[in-house]
Design a protein around this ligand. Structure first.
Ligand SMILES: [Zn+2]
Length: 445
């Protein structure tokens, strides 16, 4: 299975001049809106905006699309000042990542002819869920697609090579299976791990077969197995580029060591986060020079309408800005929460806040933003938040329990009752004045 780049990139709407309304994946659900109706003059997103280009033109939207789609489009942010971009999630700079491609590929199942069997899907899940560093998962993903520069692959692509033989053993035809399994150097490693017999019994033809043997027979060794595959490839590369010295350690020893080190560090990190979560039941002032933006959404299941609210406060707990508005549609509470963050972020940027921390009571969203992990339900919006966050000098994500987020919560609920967007400089709406004062009195920093 290989999914072409065109099919899996997300286009983020900025000024709408490049994003093709019909061909590109730009709405939150990744389905294409095309094909373009004959005689329709709308091609690019820009064609759906007003003359200035800062808001949607409702008429063509509702005449071209069903109401739910038109409403979804109305809820997308546009920006005159930034060009359209292609964004890959899960990488700090929006560059291509295989994991993103994988998840998006899953989303486009209906449009791409994929012949993935159940076994194969199980394999993908096992790869991405493994408790190993991301770079190793990515390598495995590429190796399974035969997307690594082996001698054989370079020969097929007619790249200049001085030799067509295996860098280790000198045999002809160095492909993925040779490097990771068939080569005598790889065999030695599998023997030392006592996996050689088991693997041979499975009579594997492909790397996929090899993975299935481990997943079925000894799933507890899955992670070590992945580490060793990566180790074999790394060592092959070092030799290929002439960097391997004679004192190099055994692949399996290094793999075990790295795996242990990674898993211990990972546990520590998780422990720190869960401690942090336990402690944070009340609002805490941000640090000096920092602005904390608490955000919340109040979502109505029946209609999809959501009240969005935010409050920005400085290190003294003084209110710098607050805002409430209604969002006509959000597909889920999560999407509503994300929209509240996005909206607060737009205001924080316009106020030129430099060091910001966004605080929400949605743990799932905060963690996903912290670790830039894909939230498939809201991919476009999520990536838009990440892209925008890069405009601040520093931008952090913080989780607080509902009790500590009451000011934003009450502003969001209050916002549901107002049709107009309300943004207040230096104060919160009267209805939540006492809560804001209380936060400061109780804040112990
Ligand atoms: Zn070899």
């Amino acid at each position: 299975m290989w999914i072409g780049y065109v099919l899996v990139c997300i286009r983020l709407v900025g000024d709408g001049r490049i994003v093709n309304v019909w061909e590109d994946f730009w709405l939150a659900n990744h389905r294409r809106l095309g094909p373009k109706p004959d005689s329709c003059e709308v091609v690019y997103v820009r064609d759906l905006l007003n003359d200035v280009g800062d808001a949607w033109n409702r008429d063509p939207l509702f005449s071209l699309f069903p109401h739910d789609v038109a409403n979804k489009i109305l809820c997308c942010f546009v920006s005159q000042s930034s060009p359209d971009t292609i964004y890959w999630l899960n990488s700090s700079h929006g560059q291509f990542s295989c994991k993103t491609a994988y998840f998006l590929a899953l989303d486009t199942l209906l449009e791409v002819e994929l012949n993935d069997t159940e076994d194969r899907m199980k394999l993908w899940h096992a790869v991405w869920k493994a408790n190993v560093p991301n770079k190793i998962k990515l390598f495995i993903w590429r190796a399974l697609h035969n997307y690594v520069p082996t001698v054989e692959n370079m020969r097929i692509r007619r790249l200049n090579l001085s030799s067509f033989f295996c860098t280790h053993c000198g045999e002809l035809g160095e492909d993925v299976m040779h490097i990771l399994y068939r080569c005598s150097v790889a065999k030695e490693v599998w023997v030392r791990c006592s996996l050689d017999r088991l693997l041979e019994e499975g009579n594997p033809d492909t790397l996929e077969d090899l993975c299935h043997v481990i997943l079925e027979k000894i799933p507890s060794s899955w992670e070590l197995f992945l580490m060793i595959l990566w180790g074999l490839w790394t060592r092959r590369n070092e030799r290929f580029h002439g960097q391997l010295d004679g004192r190099a350690q055994e692949v399996d020893v290094v793999a075990k060591h790295l795996l242990l080190e990674y898993q211990v560090a990972n546990k520590k990190e998780l422990a720190t986060i869960s401690n942090e979560i336990k402690e944070r039941g009340s609002w805490v002032k941000p640090q000096l020079q920092q602005v904390k933006l608490n955000t919340d959404a109040s979502w109505q299941k029946e209609t999809g309408r959501a009240g969005l609210g935010f409050v920005a406060r400085n290190h003294n707990g003084e209110v710098l800005l607050s805002g409430a508005r209604v969002e006509c549609y959000a597909a889920s509470p999560l999407e509503a929460e994300a929209k509240a963050i996005m909206w607060a972020m737009t205001h924080a940027l316009s106020k030129n806040f430099q060091n910001v921390v966004f605080e929400s009571d949605s743990l799932c969203l905060v963690n996903a933003l912290r670790y830039r992990s894909v939230l498939r339900q809201i991919t476009c919006l999520f990536s838009q938040i990440l892209v925008s966050s890069e405009a601040f000098s520093t931008c952090n994500w913080s989780f607080v329990k509902r009790e500590g987020n009451m000011v934003a919560h009450s502003i969001a609920t209050w916002g549901l009752g107002h049709s107009e967007e309300i943004v207040l400089d230096g104060r919160v709406p009267d209805c939540t004045f006492f809560r804001a004062t209380n936060d400061v009195l109780l804040s112990h920093v």
